[in-house]
Design a protein around this ligand. Structure first.
Ligand code: NDP
Ligand code: GDR
Length: 373
């Protein structure tokens, strides 16, 4: 036990937390995770990693906690004495942050300070390395492309402004107290376990449901937004590499390619054999089925399957993200296993399988049953 490295992951129940926990367990780490108390189980993404605490040699431990609770975070850090902390917990939905701005400042911004200060107060400054989940949302309104470690920030949402505080407080603690604290400025990364309300997952779920006859139409917001989308599996590997570097630094992690939301929609439907054509402009833009090569899917040719709903527009939008990962590639030897086609493939394959289960449930008459029937 004594020679095993110890990692603490905040946000372990999220997309990145679950992939990172799996990655670190495979590397032989003892992994501690902070999870929130919830009225329903919220550990779906890590259930496959769960180890019964009554067994011997348990390497995954969960602790109840919250980024808004300093005493709780300090106690967990004191008890676990981590070699590495990955601070991934955050209210991570940009659109929702316009509705809960004060909470986001507290959890995403001040929450990061709580971790850094706890490490300092507990005298762990020389032992514990800290990864802060920074974001390409910091770039916000386009100043230059591709965006690199030297591109100026111009955040465009309460989420991004909170993350900007978290970015700079991480830099400040590194410079003021000599802490090994690093920002990974990660561009969008997705996967089959991406939250259902982020645009890629919303699209792959809807494309699967439409193909299987479980949904009529997909409503989206800004189809012109461009994102640099990678696969979460590739990105969590990079989080670990950042903390193994010789010096604490800040790093851009991206693919160097950008794609519109509209093109992502086309790629997802294409995976199911459905060709779409977009017509119209702005709020009147719609997509229609041109052809369907898969005989299992009863999709009508000419059917309108995508429309714009302005409720998904944001008060201030980030139009274009395109990252330059060359520093990480050259200095850390980072490379990616997945390109965008492979990402879409992975997500669609998984969602078609999931939705097929729904078809069976519906056919069996179980789909609409409530707990109270
Ligand atoms: P998710 O939204 O999937 O996961 C967020 C995690 O944070 C969940 O475990 C969630 O718990 C937890 N959490 C939220 N609020 C609190 C709180 N107050 N206290 C404790 N835990 C909390 O995000 P991702 O995995 O996609 O992202 C991980 C991090 O990386 C986030 O900080 C995000 O902002 C950042 N990021 C993500 C990018 C991406 O493209 N995915 C790109 C750049 C940065 P619960 O499960 O209970 O909701
Ligand atoms: P983003 O991801 O805001 O980039 O933040 P999201 O998938 O929510 O939006 C991407 C782009 O798609 C446009 N869009 C829609 N978005 C959603 N969610 N729903 C829609 O219906 C829709 N229609 C169009 C958005 O306007 C936007 O331009 C993600 C999060 O993971 C952050 O936590 C992370 O920091 C950044 O990526 C990098």
């Amino acid at each position: 036990m004594a020679d095993k490295k110890v990692a603490l992951i905040t946000g372990i129940t999220g997309q990145d937390g679950s992939y990172l926990a799996e990655f670190l367990l495979k590397k032989g780490y003892i992994v501690h995770g902070v999870k929130r108390r919830s009225s329903l189980f919220n550990t779906d993404r890590i259930d496959h990693l769960y180890q019964d605490v009554h067994e011997n040699n348990v390497n995954l431990h969960l602790h109840f906690g919250d980024m808004t609770d300093s005493m709780n975070l300090t106690r967990i850090i004191q008890e676990t004495q981590p070699d590495e902390i990955y601070n991934l917990a955050a209210m991570s939905h940009v659109a929702v942050s316009f509705e809960t701005p004060e909470y986001v400042a507290n959890a995403d911004g001040t929450g990061t300070l709580r971790i850094l200060e706890a490490v300092k107060l507990l005298g762990l400054t020389n032992k514990t390395r800290i990864y802060q989940a920074s974001t390409s949302e910091l770039y916000g309104k386009v100043q230059e492309t591709p965006q690199s470690e030297t591109t100026p920030f111009y955040p465009r949402s309460p989420y991004a402004v909170a993350k900007m505080y978290a970015y700079w407080i991480t830099v400040n603690y590194r410079e003021a107290y000599g802490m090994f604290a690093c920002n990974g400025i990660l561009f969008n990364h997705e996967s089959p376990v991406r939250g259902e309300t982020f645009v890629t997952r919303k699209i792959t779920r809807a494309a699967s449901k439409i193909a299987l006859g479980l949904q009529d139409k997909l409503y989206l917001g800004n189809l012109d937004a461009k994102r640099d989308w990678g696969h979460a599996k590739d990105y969590v590997r990079m989080m670990w590499m950042i903390l193994q570097a010789d010096e604490p630094e800040d790093w851009v992690i991206a693919t160097g390619q950008t794609t519109t939301v509209r093109d992502f929609v086309k790629m997802a439907f294409k995976y199911a054999g459905i060709e779409l054509e977009f017509k119209g402009k702005g709020v009147d833009e719609k997509a229609y089925v041109v052809s369907c090569s898969n005989p299992e899917y009863q999709v009508e040719i000419g059917k309108e399957v995508v429309a714009v709903d302005p409720r998904y527009f944001r008060p201030t939008e980030v139009d274009l993200l395109l990252g330059d990962p060359s520093k990480a590639e050259q200095k850390l030897g980072w490379n990616r296993e997945y390109n965008l086609e492979e990402l879409v493939f992975d997500m669609m394959k998984s969602d078609l399988k999931l939705m097929t289960k729904d078809v069976y449930l519906q056919e069996g008459g179980y789909k609409t049953m409530s707990y109270y029937e």
